[in-house]
Design a protein around this ligand. Structure first.
Ligand code: ZN
Length: 504
């Protein structure tokens, strides 16, 4: 077998696996949007069967030989860039898939499924004692998984690397500690500001058809191609890239709270714009895929917050919103803009504003790191949670449902996932800053509903390169700076000092 043949085998193997994953995403999309209630058991069977097929392909015994032979290519002066990227990523994928023994994979899948359904029952009942044994089992299995993956002395890193390649706890700890330190005084200053938003403004009656019209309009205006996508309602909003020409988003409607569907749609549109911008001719190979969860989240946060909660954005959209939603009444643009930027400590992460959101993430990261290191027992988790809630946000959860049991992640075994949200915010701030330097002031364009300058820049610098670079390398190449918290802190300080008329 020549190196060329080996590479060809790898490409077709990768494409076929990608078709299976794409079919799985389509089934999952249908499951969460249209599936009749009585079809769920059969759908679970279909998904489990596909999961087995996909895992078998990822650990195909022919892969090591192909990978080895393909690497023997008589290194041309300028090696094919896509080939180098693909080989690097296939090697990584094979390593991660083959290191974990089959019986542990099965035990983890089972524990995650049981954990998530136990969480679903225990959370509304506020029954920590019922949930605790499932979480203990999961932490122990995740430690075994980390050990099997064998990525150094820090077990947490092996799990984190599954979501954010090459990221480490050692690199994250000082970064997040600096961010936390900078956010505390800003939050305090805003809390003491005399200027307060009127939260009632967004809690009037906004009929669903009007919200749907606005959501669709906003997604399209930002550049989402509806001929290559769809917008459907779903209980838990998500975006999913089925394949080239088919990237779908969903949103949730609350007739008594304006932000739910609108900002939810902007968020998912950000994810979808990334998937719609990936190079289609590389589809089915790593060169055509997104970099990481964190980079994906940077795209959603950028459009949702840095664009979607800016004054220039609302200079364009507010007249449209007011026409569609007469309940906004006489509220002025500055009133409305302040209301969608309401900053106040809250118990629930998913409802947090731009300033407090990262505080929720940072303490989750500290707690899950301590769990994986065996420095914290699951039994002591609720106490540790409440302590940090009080220290960082000044609030005491009234029950576990509004505290340690609020998120689904840990119940499904997703340890190492939370930091990708804050990484997304950090990347977003750094990218947004750099884009503005290169594209020039865009406030007047935004106010006219034209976001193409920013989107074109993101297409060229972030979307088209696919998985060519690891997250931090991509950020360093595009912005000329290593990842830091400075840009996010500067953005938050400038924006909220002005909005709340405070000194920071
Ligand atoms: Zn997201």
């Amino acid at each position: 077998m020549t190196p060329h043949d080996a590479y060809r085998h790898l490409v077709s193997h990768s494409r076929e696996t990608a078709y299976l994953k794409s079919i799985r995403r389509l089934l999952a999309w249908d499951q969460r949007t249209h599936l009749p209630r009585r079809g769920h058991a059969h759908r679970a069977g279909q998904l489990a069967f596909l999961a087995g097929l996909i895992h078998a392909r990822l650990t195909d015994p022919r892969l090591p030989e192909w990978l080895e032979r393909a690497a023997d290519a008589d290194a041309p002066a300028a090696p094919d860039e896509a080939q180098a990227v693909n080989l690097r990523e296939w090697r990584r994928e094979y390593h991660r898939a083959s290191r974990v023994p089959q019986d542990l994979v099965v035990a983890l899948a089972q524990a995650a499924a049981e954990g998530e359904s136990a969480w679903g029952r225990a959370r509304p009942a506020n029954d920590w004692a019922a949930f605790r044994p499932y979480l203990e089992n999961l932490v122990s299995l995740k430690r075994q998984e980390a050990q099997a993956l064998d990525l150094g002395d820090e077990p947490y890193d092996a799990l984190l690397d599954g979501y954010e390649p090459d990221e480490t706890a050692a690199a994250l700890q000082p970064l997040l500690a600096r961010l936390r330190e900078a956010l505390a005084p800003l939050l305090r200053a805003i809390g003491e500001a005399p200027r307060r938003p009127d939260p009632g403004l967004l809690r009037r009656h906004f009929p669903r058809p009007a919200q749907e019209e606005l959501a669709r309009l906003a997604a399209q205006q930002l550049g989402y191609d509806l001929a290559a996508g769809r917008l459907d309602p779903a209980a838990h909003p998500f975006s999913t890239g089925i394949g080239p020409g088919d990237v779908r988003i969903t949103t949730r409607y609350d007739e008594h709270y304006f932000p739910t569907s609108f900002f939810g749609t902007l968020h998912e549109t950000g994810h979808a714009l990334y998937d719609q911008g990936l190079p289609p001719h590389h589809w089915g190979t790593p060169r055509g895929e997104a970099v990481s969860l964190g980079i994906h989240e940077s795209q959603s946060r950028l459009w949702e917050n840095l664009v979607g909660r800016s004054l220039s954005f609302w200079r364009f959209f507010y007249p449209l919103a007011r026409r569609a939603c007469p309940a906004l009444g006489e509220a002025t643009l500055p009133d409305f803009h302040l209301a969608v930027n309401d900053v106040r400590p809250s118990l629930i992460r998913t409802e947090a504003d731009e300033v407090t959101y990262n505080l929720h993430i940072i303490f989750r990261f500290d707690l899950e790191l301590a769990l994986l290191r065996n420095d914290l027992r699951v039994a002591d988790l609720p106490g540790a949670w409440n302590e940090r809630m009080e220290k960082d946000l000044g609030l005491t959860p009234p029950d576990h449902a509004h505290g340690v049991m609020q998120d689904v992640h840990w119940s499904a075994g997703h340890f190492g996932y939370f930091p990708t949200y804050t990484l997304g915010n950090l990347y977003a701030a750094q990218l947004f800053h750099q884009a503005r330097l290169e594209v020039g002031p865009w406030e007047e364009h935004f106010a006219a509903g034209d976001f193409s300058g920013l989107l074109d820049w993101l297409r060229r610098r972030i979307h088209h390169p696919g998985k060519s670079f690891r997250p931090r390398e991509l950020i360093a190449r595009v912005t000329g700076k290593t990842l830091e918290s400075d840009e996010l802190v500067a953005y938050l300080k400038e924006k909220f000092a002005e909005l709340y008329n405070v000194r920071t």
